[in-house]
Ligand binder design. Sequence first.
Ligand SMILES: Nc1ncnc2c1ncn2[C@@H]1O[C@H](COP(=O)(O)OP(=O)(O)O)[C@@H](O)[C@H]1O
Ligand SMILES: [Mg+2]
Length: 265
Amino acid sequence: MSLISISGLEKTFRSRQGANYTAIRDFDLEIHEGEFFCLLGPSGCGKTTVLNIIAGFDHPTRGDVMLDGRPITGPGEDRGVVFQGDDSLFTWCSALQNVEFGPRLRGMPKGERETHARKYIELVGLGGQEDKFPVELSGGMKQRIQIARCLANEPKMLLMDEPFGALDAQTRTIMQEQLARIWHQNETPVLFITHDIDEAVTLGSRIGVMTAGPESTLKGIVEVNLGDERRRTDDDFMQVYREVYDMIREEVLQSLSREDQEEAA
Ligand SMILES: Nc1ncnc2c1ncn2[C@@H]1O[C@H](COP(=O)(O)OP(=O)(O)O)[C@@H](O)[C@H]1O
Ligand SMILES: [Mg+2]
């Protein structure tokens, strides 16, 4: 059984004045245990819409969205959501208290939850930084504490919507390496949303490419068989990159021409 199973998904945004907008239509996707699934598509195609529906923040207009064979009806601890900005941490709590927050809500006793939280801070490579407050941490560190906070709830999967989009290029590369390492060690399945082909090929075990909207659907899936040590300059890396690039190129062109038309109108 798939971990996530989406079939016949449609999402139409109702408008009070203008026309309704069907962002997603006839969208099918299966995500399996243990995989790192990257969902890639041009800006505005509906990636966030799909993630929000899986997270339970929004509801489908039509179609089935299941987690472990059960329909998703709302948000839940079984899905850990990592947001793009680094401002979702509690500023008045230390790194440790932030990571302890979920286990504490679940009623884990103090000693146990501290050990538990420390384990996840260690996992994201921030052992020793437990007592720092968010204001004392860099953007990349805050993002890693956010990941630790999600993992401390031991979710069935992580949902990440362009989580490194706000970081500078060097920090971003380091964060990608860290996330790959965390995923190999922790094995929690990930749905990772990005518009960056390079990022998808660096991280993904499969890459799903979406068509340009409206009525965006899944254009195809590329299997990535590159192993753990991926280098951008390796031939096999570039081969996958090209395959994905060819798939997405015409979708980006289409979404650009739609923007031009909208501007002209
Ligand atoms: N709440 C909303 N109401 C109306 N339109 C929306 C709403 N949310 C998203 N959209 C539209 O749906 C499309 C997909 O949006 P989104 O999922 O955010 O795209 P992406 O994450 O791929 O950039 C866009 O055209 C966007 O304008
Ligand atoms: Mg988005």
